[in-house]
Design a protein around this ligand. Sequence first.
Ligand SMILES: [Zn+2]
Ligand SMILES: [Zn+2]
Length: 347
Amino acid sequence: MQRVANGSLNYPFPAPPAAGEVIAVAAGILWARIPLPFRLDHVNVYLLDDGEGWTVIDTGIGNDATRAAWVALRAGPLAGRRLTRLIVTHFHPDHIGLAGWLCERFDVPLLASQTTYLSCLNISLSPGALDAEPYRDFYLRNGLDAATTQRVTTQGHGYLRMVTPLPPTFERLVGGDTLDIGGRTFSVLAGDGHAPEQLMFYCAGEKLLLAADQVLAKISPNVSVWAVDPHGDPLGLYLRSLSALKAQLPPDTLVLPGHQLPFYGLHLRSDELRAHHDARCRAIATACRAKPRSAAELVPVIFRHPLDAHQMSFAFSEVLAHVNYMLRQGVLKPAANSDRILRVDAA
Ligand SMILES: [Zn+2]
Ligand SMILES: [Zn+2]
């Protein structure tokens, strides 16, 4: 098998598993897909033979279709062996959504980073908190329209509709830990930028990376600034994480991602993702050389097609990630403002 072709990713499993079925991507590592009711219509989950049963990685969102998908997997390819533990890579609902239900139904412990557990718990404890005045004001001052501000400040409730209540305890995994699963030793890697303290798992013996959403074959993972950390630099953290993966892992690593197909070409894909963000930064810098602009005014510079409120909330937060990064890099500077809107200027 040619693992790294020149200049393109290599897909060793060109077709995904059908509903209720699995594909063995390595000895004792099964790949299954759980449907999602979004444009990105699936999430990948992995089942690792740990000797006593299956260690599960990620879950799908918490709804009846996902429960049915897990029941089908249990009755089909996973039949005869128990689930032993659930590892959740990050707090996004497509990965953690059914964790509470799975842990209770199959009596298994939840393993996750502390940030993953607490981020999910925080929204559960206070789903309306994002709607508080300082957060609303943050979006309006960055030029976002009232309808999108309303949408983005009430999305805690939407999150909870996709997430079953977490178990009351979890086992904390930390970047730098090692984890033994079925005779394999995995290094626990913590990446940031897409979700805080997102966990990945790397088996050096077989050059396997369970990459979660940090590196995907054809999508640039969402990187967003949120109102609770208005000056945060998730893009800087994301690029730092890409550099670390490239420095620490070999180019012929098999990447097992949270969406789309497994692939070879980790270094190439890291370079492509970096170039994608560099191009966006250049477009923003060019626009700001013409006149100062708010983050909302920069959205059409990056996203040329019309956006609904849902798309706009993500587009805005992603553009702001680039603006904050460029402010830290000294490429942009805050502009003097005559109204309440925050704008940036080329430095
Ligand atoms: Zn994610
Ligand atoms: Zn995801």
